[in-house]
Design a protein. Structure first.
Length: 566
């Protein structure tokens, strides 16, 4: 009797191999935008505190000075503007105690990792609907691009603005795809509320979602958590100053709301970006209504909503609602404020909801086309963002490095004059000028003169215009203004003129053209007469100091810090 031969399910093995290869390729495709974004982050992030970052340094000082455990706990939850920034302070405290110094690049990194969490939530939701992994590529492209440049390279902004969105979307996922309201959803909502003030919107939106699911036990649990959270949030709450006294007309607020929702369109290389943002905002709102209203109508007809309908309704309501609040409170500062980089995460996240919901709702036989079109549009936003906003990333890095110089060297001496508090909590970032301090502060070895076209003063701002000097690079290289008096030396960044050439879309070196404009606030200068020099930094960190023959005179006017509660 012949032995039996063992048969193998060859087709199944091949199918599994193809599936594994497909997953691997899809995962690699999703990683590409993340890796490009990470490369840009590593190139331009610098460990220098910006604006509200100083509040985190002050928090560590107050924590060390607290006389009791109760006082220490209070410092974690103390009001910052209209926010309770417990999460920001917790990460800052951990970073300081784990590394010995407060490092703002670490804060940026943790904040940017929230985008990874946000992407993973969308991937999980898409996989729940049986959608191929690669169809999350539009989300990856929308989340990881340079449209976020200000949040990306600002410690507190990254921690606050990215994290609250990620936690909100994760909360709506838990409320939509889980059978009941669990403690994880409540914990995520609480943490979001203690990250940014608009986290409060999660609670009414979540309550509506639970009602739509007819989970009345969940409603009671959510209401209890809502009541406790709101009570503690507004305990000893004081309305902060800072919003414009004139909120603007209803038409201006509507205009600002549309700009807020369409802010992602600023990445496109169009001169009138406010118009493109307005148009995209209108389209986005119309699509959100087109998808959302029928879902609500179905519910009133007694049709049970799907998990994805609930997820979409929650995400859209949160982002659109945030836009309404911001437009009402900020449009008085000007319509351009509503497209600022710090707010773009909401426009891009709303686009991600629209694209993914459209993919899920499309017939499986046509999903490839829908996902392909969404990917193309998202790729265009990501692609153009790197040429549209690269100059902002370069300028911000140079602004922060020169700010550190002016803060550190308060006399014409190479001896740092850092105050004891800053010295205790923060380590100065390495900068291009470190090896040239003697030349910049105590000696003058001028190179060839550079002609300045004009210097004029408007209000408390000195404006310096130069039209011919060539750009030198895309990081620390380039031109700077040096202002020197007998007592003090200052460094200021300049804004290199843009070429507006389509070649800059593909070659970053083509973004800039000859010449620059610089603005020097008189409030940044001590009283005195200052000679102006152009400092050029070339590749290899070689520097030259060029006299201009121009001077400015500062009267010693002091900066009037806006009223705040921190």
């Amino acid at each position: 009797m012949e032995p039996k031969t063992q048969s193998f399910p060859v087709k199944n093995i091949r199918s599994q191999a193809v599936s594994s290869a497909s997953l691997l390729l899809s995962g690699l495709a999703l990683l590409v935008p993340v890796l490009v974004y990470g490369l840009v982050f590593s190139r331009y992030a610098i460990n220098v505190p910006k604006f509200d970052d100083h509040a985190l340094k002050a928090f560590l000082l107050k924590l060390d000075q607290a006389e009791s455990l109760r006082d220490q706990i209070y410092e974690f939850f103390a009001q910052h503007n209209e926010h309770r920034i417990f999460y920001d302070r917790l990460i800052s405290w951990l970073d300081y105690h784990l590394t010995g110094k407060l490092n703002f690049v670490h804060l940026m990194l943790v904040g940017n990792l929230s985008l990874v969490l946000l992407l993973l939530v969308f991937i999980r939701a898409l996989r729940q609907a049986g959608v191929s992994l690669w169809m999350a590529l539009p989300v990856s492209l929308l989340l990881f691009n340079l449209s976020h440049w200000e949040n990306t390279f600002w410690g507190m902004a990254a921690l606050q603005n990215f994290t609250v969105v990620a936690l909100a979307v994760a909360t709506f996922y838990e409320l939509s795809f889980k059978n009941r309201v669990g403690w994880l959803a409540i914990a995520l909502a609480v943490l979001a509320t203690l990250t940014s003030g608009n986290g409060l919107l999660i609670w009414p939106v979540g309550l509506i979602l639970i009602f739509l699911r007819q989970d009345y036990v969940g409603v009671l649990r959510w209401l209890l958590a809502l009541a406790i959270t709101f009570r503690l949030y507004f305990l000893d709450y004081q309305k902060p100053a800072g919003n414009p006294p004139d909120p603007g007309s209803l038409l201006a607020q509507l205009h600002g709301w549309l700009l807020f929702n369409g802010a992602a369109a600023e990445a496109f290389p169009v001169r009138n970006f406010l118009l493109t943002c307005l148009l995209l905002g209108g389209i986005i709102i119309a699509l959100a209504a087109f998808f959302g209203i029928p879902a609500v109508v179905e519910k009133f007809r007694g049709i049970k909503l799907t998990e994805w309908q609930l997820f979409f309704l929650g995400g859209a309501a949160f982002t659109i609602g945030t836009g309404l609040v911001v437009a009402f409170n900020r449009v008085g500062f000007g319509l351009g404020t509503l497209t600022t980089s710090r707010y773009k995460i909401y426009s891009l996240t709303l686009l991600a909801f629209l694209f993914t919901y459209g993919i899920v709702r499309t017939n499986p036989s046509k999903r490839f086309l829908t996902a392909g079109l969404a990917t193309v549009f998202s790729f265009l936003i990501a692609f153009f963002s790197y040429s549209t906003f690269l100059d902002e990333a370069v300028y911000l890095r140079q602004f922060m490095s020169t700010y550190q110089f002016n803060f550190t060297f308060t006399k014409n001496s190479t001896q740092p004059a850092i105050d004891p508090v800053t010295r205790q909590y923060v380590q100065n970032a390495p900068a291009f000028y470190d090896e040239h301090l003697a030349e910049l502060l105590t000696s003058i070895r001028p190179a060839d003169p550079i002609k300045i076209d004009s210097v004029f003063k408007s209000g408390t701002i000195f404006t310096v215009i130069q039209s011919t000097i060539s750009p030198f690079g895309l990081r620390d290289e380039g031109s700077y203004l040096l202002a020197r008096s007998a007592q003090r030396t200052y460094l200021f960044p300049v804004k290199q003129n843009l070429s507006r050439s389509p070649r800059g879309w593909f070659w970053p070196q083509r973004i800039f053209s000859g010449g620059f404009i610089a603005e020097i606030p008189e409030t940044d200068l001590a009283r005195g007469n200052y000679g102006l020099f152009v400092l050029t930094v070339e590749s290899g960190n070689s520097v030259k100091l060029h006299p201009t023959g121009r001077t400015i005179t500062a009267s010693g006017v002091k900066y009037q810090r806006p009223e705040s509660n921190w």
